[in-house]
Design a protein around this ligand. Structure first.
Ligand code: FAD
Length: 379
């Protein structure tokens, strides 16, 4: 995209937003008045964003750090696999965003609408313009449920015992539009009375004709939807040709803009996108930013560390750990490719604690030092 085209696109997107300005919602746990400029601005308050904000607070002071994040709830996503399996409750995966924002750091409760790295400025969907000295991008990724061509072959049925789609007409009308657009079949006054799991059948009674029942065949599938970079990065000049944030794979510094850095799922780092990777990246990025602040050259190198606990049963797991080259980078001096009860408890019980109390507080930078100790300095 040429510079001119880019500017036009930026402006047109921006004007839409400027004319629909509403009060931006800004929270500071310190009670300070929110500012329009921060030394360090963090985009996204997920695993990477909260972690880096906690680390940057220690470097430049809480009053100089802000996080742009729209969601009220912060989720520990890795536990969702166990939630799906019924081994953990969904409630255990979320905490209020307010509770994980490092104290004194400003929370700008909005979505990033436009990134303008040429002018060191970010625009939010509430019309706010925030400038920065240093930008850390931690926007995660987007799920693309719409992009596979399978939808037309699927019959989606929504049966409800209620006589309406929603109790309030205004929203019911809006929902009807949506279900029509998405080709979802609605059956009102249909009450589920039995599930025959062995035959994959659900039995509903028609409440308008008491005693009349109908059998619905169903299929249960577990889908990992296609994913892509956050839309706001595309065409922002922060992205590479595929749309992901274009950072140096060793230092996590942006390849074009020296005052921009990236962490986590939104980056084009050629490794598996995991919270474990975020942890290892946070230690490297911490060092990279420190060096840049001191006008020195970044010297710590990210090896691509990522990890996936592969849950193989309700009490066993394999802990896969590897680097950029797909080479095992195991922390413990045992063969981690063997199913193990200990690894299951690491995944189910220990890692959530490490996430909430270590990673998000900026104290856990991955198992590198532990690996060295465990292998008596040999790794
Ligand atoms: C089901 C599941 C199981 C997983 N299992 C594991 C596991 O076992 N181990 C593991 O290590 N990892 C696992 N992961 C991956 C891990 O959760 C992610 O890699 C990690 O959360 C990435 O952190 P992030 O900060 O890059 O993105 P996220 O944590 O997703 O945070 C991105 C944040 O950006 C915000 N945002 C998005 N767009 C905007 C915008 N325009 N403006 C402002 N804010 C915005 C979002 O609201 C979100 O809070 C799993 C993920 C899922 C979904």
């Amino acid at each position: 995209m040429t510079g001119q085209l880019h500017t036009q696109r930026l402006l047109s997107r921006q004007y839409c937003r400027v004319f629909s300005v509403i009060n931006s919602q800004i929270h500071t746990s310190s009670g300070l008045v929110a500012k329009d400029h921060y030394k360090v601005l963090v985009l996204g308050g997920g695993a990477g964003g909260i972690t880096m904000a906690a680390r940057m607070k220690r470097k430049v002071g809480a009053q100089n750090v802000a996080i742009v994040e729209p969601s009220e709830v912060h989720y520990y996503q890795p536990i969702w696999t166990l939630v799906g399996a019924g081994a953990k409750s969904v409630a255990s995966s979320g905490r209020s965003t307010a509770s994980v924002i490092p104290s004194g750091v400003t929370w700008v409760k909005s979505k990033v609408a436009v990134c303008d790295p040429r002018n060191n400025v970010v625009h939010t969907d509430s019309g706010k313009k925030i400038s920065y000295d240093y930008l850390i991008v931690a926007l995660g990724l987007e799920l693309h449920y719409e992009k596979t061509g399978k939808r037309s072959k699927a019959n989606i049925i929504y049966n409800t015992p209620l006589p309406k789609l929603f109790g309030v007409k205004k929203y019911a009308d809006a929902l009807w539009e949506i279900v029509k657009k998405r080709d979802i079949n609605i059956n009102l006054r249909h009450n589920l009375i039995e599930v025959r799991a062995d035959k994959q059948e659900a039995i509903f009674e028609n409440l308008d004709k008491p005693g009349e029942t109908k059998v619905y065949k169903y299929e249960m599938i577990h889908v990992t939807p296609p994913m892509g970079p956050p839309a706001v990065l595309k065409g922002s000049s922060l992205d590479d040709v595929t749309g992901w944030l274009d950072v140096d794979k060793n230092t996590l510094q942006h390849k074009t803009y020296a005052n921009v850095f990236g962490i986590g799922d939104c980056t084009n780092l050629p490794t598996s996108k995991t919270a474990a990777a975020v942890a290892a990246q946070s230690a490297v990025l911490d060092r990279t930013v420190s060096q840049i602040l001191k006008k020195k050259t970044p010297d710590k190198i990210y090896d691509g560390y990522s990890s996936c606990p592969l849950v193989t049963s309700y009490n066993t797991a394999i802990l896969a750990e590897f680097d950029y080259d797909g080479q095992p980078l195991e922390t413990f001096p045992v063969d981690q490719s063997k199913e193990s009860r200990v690894m299951y408890h690491m995944k189910a019980d220990f890692m959530p604690l490490l996430y909430w109390h270590g990673l998000l507080k900026g104290f856990w930078g991955g198992p590198g030092p532990l690996r060295t100790i465990m292998h008596l300095g040999m790794k």
